[in-house]
Design a protein around this ligand. Sequence first.
Ligand code: FE2
Length: 215
Amino acid sequence: MSEIAAASKEQAAGVSQIAIGLSQIDQVTQQNSAYAEETAAAAEELTGQVKHLREMVSKFRVATSKQEEADPHISSGGLASDPIKWGKELMIGINKIDSQHRRLVILANDLHHALREGQASSALQPILEELADYTRTHFSYEEQLMQQSGYPDFTSHKAAHTKLIQKLEDIFQGFKANRSGIGIETFNFIKDWLTSHIMRTDKKYVSHLQSRGVV
Ligand SMILES: [Fe+2]
């Protein structure tokens, strides 16, 4: 009889140990789940910080060597990896217009980098939006000067602007409505248009605007 009692006691102790063990497993499981949540939150925060850091670094692009300092593209905030280089061939000699063209080149280069890095639509959209908005602002500034000075080629120059704005609008609307994607060919189109328009069409109005004293 005492043997049965001893065995029962032992069994009860065993059951109690199993219960303790299960409770410990439960605690560890809960801890793991809490750690996983913390890790996910930390990863999300880190992603945000990396994005912020990239934005900050892009604002502090500086020349790192004498050769880069002498390069107008680098000294004006460009990156060595930018596909459109800012330089004499794109400068028309009217400071305000040159700085507007420079900004368009920066935006086009930003679009290129975002495409090459395979950034999501959410990252491409603000670049495209700014590019379209700033193009409109810049064109209306040029058109105002051309009109004010009685530039003889005003009508055809303005027509070229209107055509590009329409094209950019089509690209942007198609992209926003998910009808069409944005690829490197979109960048190539913008690059070709911008560089040839500045070098061929814009350069033609310089002497006229200067002679009429509007710039
Ligand atoms: Fe123009």
